[in-house]
Design a protein around this ligand. Structure first.
Ligand code: NAD
Length: 295
């Protein structure tokens, strides 16, 4: 039985660690927050009193942390305590540069590493249906796959160090831009006297079809499971969309890639967030789009 250490038991990491326990793995967990440690204990994990003691004797370590600086700080603390030849997987969404630095730190300690950010949100974390986008050497990916399969349903090897993070921010840039485009189309339809259902029926089977429309429709009605039917409770909070669009812009600048729509989407979501909507689902951007028509 693979023994796993799990560091970072927040909205995503908590249920992911619980799924590893459910799959019969021995999990030793740590988080700075006591309530999160208590929840993990109730879910059947062993609790350590620090990140470094959690990883002692573990064959695989998983981290699920807020941002690049947390990952680099935690990895610097735990890598010296990990066994040579073991594996570390970071599932956080972080900047590509920090991900590459983290891989280099692990290599210096003789430890295999994978960056494996996720798509699927808290619902996917609970249901064990996340998509993992992985970067790292082929051997490390093959070792990580059986662990990730206990927390997700699709595991993709995207390339070398940092390629998982690159795939994640490119995907979420599409998502941010497409959600604004779909919201603008519904807001225009409202002005033109076209019903939500009529636009949905046409666009969902025509060239306007996309995930933001057919799986996550920003108006209530056409897709009963979308957050629009639940007063835009997340789901995927707008603050996290700002984070991912900012990571995409930082990467675009560093790589010299022109992404004008990605940049504009970042600005629109930043305005929405600054108006106190950081905790609102990102599909709530349709309210902001409607407000723009009134100004
Ligand atoms: P969260 O803030 O709920 O959880 C992060 C956890 O890390 C917290 O419990 C915090 O106490 C812990 N932590 C921070 N520093 C630590 C340290 N030094 N040692 C131990 N624990 C530490 O965030 P989340 O929503 O679980 O997201 C985690 C990552 O997943 C983020 O990078 C986020 O961008 C990404 N993500 C989130 C979602 C989502 O829908 N929530 C979806 C996809 C990806």
């Amino acid at each position: 039985m693979t023994s796993i250490a799990f560091i970072g038991l927040g909205n995503m990491g908590g249920p992911m660690a619980a799924n590893l326990v459910k799959a019969g793995r021995k999990v030793t967990a740590f988080d700075l927050v006591e309530a999160s440690r208590n929840q993990a204990k109730a879910d059947g994990a062993g609790i350590a009193d620090s990140a470094a003691s959690a990883v002692k004797g573990a064959e695989v370590v998983v981290t699920m942390l807020p941002a690049g600086k947390h990952v680099l700080s935690v990895w610097s603390e735990i890598l010296p305590a990990m066994a040579k030849g073991s594996l570390i997987i970071d599932c956080s969404t972080i900047d590509v540069e920090s991900a590459k630095q983290a891989h280099a730190l692990a290599a210096n300690h003789g430890i295999a590493s994978v960056d494996a950010p996720v798509s699927g949100g808290t619902g996917g974390a609970k249901a064990g249906t996340l998509t993992f986008m992985c970067g790292g050497e082929g051997k490390a990916f093959e070792a990580a796959k059986p662990v990730l399969e206990k927390m997700g349903k699709k595991i993709v090897h995207c390339g070398g160090a940092g390629a998982g993070q690159a795939a994640k921010i490119c995907n979420n840039m599409i998502l941010g831009v497409s959600m604004i485009a779909v919201s603008e189309a519904f807001a225009l339809a409202e002005k033109l006297g076209l019903s939500h259902q009529a636009l949905f029926e046409v666009a969902s089977t025509s060239s306007g079809q996309c995930w933001s429309l057919t799986s996550y429709c920003p108006v209530p009605g056409p897709v009963p499971t979308s957050p629009a039917n639940n007063d835009y409770k997340p789901g995927f909070a707008s603050a996290l969309m700002v984070k991912d669009l900012t990571l995409a812009q930082d990467a675009a600048k560093a790589a010299g890639a022109a992404t004008p729509l990605g940049k504009h989407a970042q600005e629109i979501y930043k305005d929405f967030d600054a108006a106190g909507n950081g905790g609102v689902d990102f599909s709530g951007i349709i309210r902001h789009v409607r407000d723009l028509s009134r100004t």
